[in-house]
Design a protein. Structure first.
Ligand code: GDP
Length: 321
């Protein structure tokens, strides 16, 4: 059994690759909910939806979020009324948020709602929220504190980031399926997807007890760098790292994950950084990490699984020596 930690765009691509290689009972994808927010009266869980749509084969590959073939009549109509249109909700996507909100208001947990949505979309692999308690990522910027979506979508990541806060994370608990996966005797590896380390993986690690549980896991923890050749493949990861005083580099990813991950997969373009990654205490694996199609997603997933198996073997050797 493999436990994967994921955000949206980068997370969903590796999740899709892992799902292509593993049986449904052998994969649990834990998804960041620090981006979740109430908007237009609806509960929106952007990263969960991105991963579920990806595994359902319904994702929009161009944007990396939302549904393929989406229409926007609702947004157009809302704009005509003078409503809030800065956060785009497609017509079909809207149904997901309406149904999630209805079920949550009726007393279901986010885990229960997510399981129901997965079943409805025909997603057989387990996709679960990091927690059933609300955790809100707040981005502290030179313009003051901004709720995550206001920073990310409304202000298009323009304000300079000073710090990232995960409000509520400390008192939140891992969701039941997340906790069960961490304790599962069948667990073979924990995979950290090439998601934003501060905005997507940071909130998951901040949930009460999670960082310690993963740092102390008896199985290898393998991360994939979202920084390739000194830039993010998509999104503000490189910009934020620089604003926080780090170099935008796979070596910085190694530093951020030191003590949590045992190994880091870096891109071929970053081969020269291997020594620096090892100096941070992580084993390193070099691969083509650009997931531009389904074949490359599955190919990278296989590399990650083989690397994890190699690290497990090395641990076993040490344990019996
Ligand atoms: P978000 O929540 O939608 O921002 O998505 P994530 O945090 O899951 O993913 C964003 C990160 O994924 C960015 O830092 C990207 O650089 C990284 N990313 C996206 N696609 C790829 C890819 O094909 N390969 C690698 N290595 N990183 C990727």
């Amino acid at each position: 059994m493999i436990l994967a930690l994921a955000g949206g765009v980068g997370g969903s691509k590796l999740a899709r690759g892992l799902a292509a290689c593993l049986a449904p009972s052998d994969l649990t994808v834990v998804v960041n909910t620090g981006d979740d927010f109430r908007h237009l009266g609806l509960w929106v869980s952007p990263d969960l939806d991105t991963v579920v749509y990806a595994l359902a084969g319904l994702a929009n590959r161009e944007t990396g979020w939302g549904l393929a073939g989406e229409t926007w009549h609702f947004m157009e109509a809302l704009g005509r009324l003078g409503g809030e249109t800065w956060f785009r909700l497609g017509d079909r996507d809207l149904a997901t948020h309406v149904e999630r909100t209805r079920r949550l208001d009726a007393g279901a947990t986010l885990s229960e709602v997510t399981a129901a949505l997965c079943a409805a979309f025909g997603v057989a692999h387990r996709v679960v929220p990091m927690s059933d308690q609300p955790v809100a990522t707040v981005v502290h910027t030179d313009e003051g504190p901004l709720p995550f979506q206001h920073y990310f979508v409304r202000r298009r990541c323009v304000p300079a980031v000073r710090a990232v806060e995960h409000a509520g994370a400390h008192s939140a608990r891992p969701s039941p399926a997340f906790a069960a996966a961490l304790d599962d005797p069948r667990l073979r590896a924990i995979v950290v997807a090439p998601s934003n380390p501060l905005l997507s993986i940071g909130p998951i690690l901040a949930v009460g007890g999670v960082r310690d549980a993963i740092a102390g896991a008896r199985v290898p923890v393998v991360a994939v760098s979202p920084i390739v050749g000194g830039e993010a493949v998509k999104g503000p990861a490189a910009k934020i790292l620089r604003e926080l005083g780090h170099a935008a580099s796979a070596a910085t990813i190694a530093t951020l994950y030191a003590g949590v991950a045992d190994g880091l997969v870096v891109d071929e373009r970053d081969r020269a950084l291997c020594r620096t990654v090892e100096a941070a205490g992580l084993r390193v694996c070099v691969a083509d990490t650009l997931m531009t199609d389904a074949q490359r997603e599955a190919g990278l997933a296989q590399v990650v699984l083989a690397f994890a198996a190699e690290l497990a073997e090395a641990r076993g050797g040490r344990a019996s020596a």
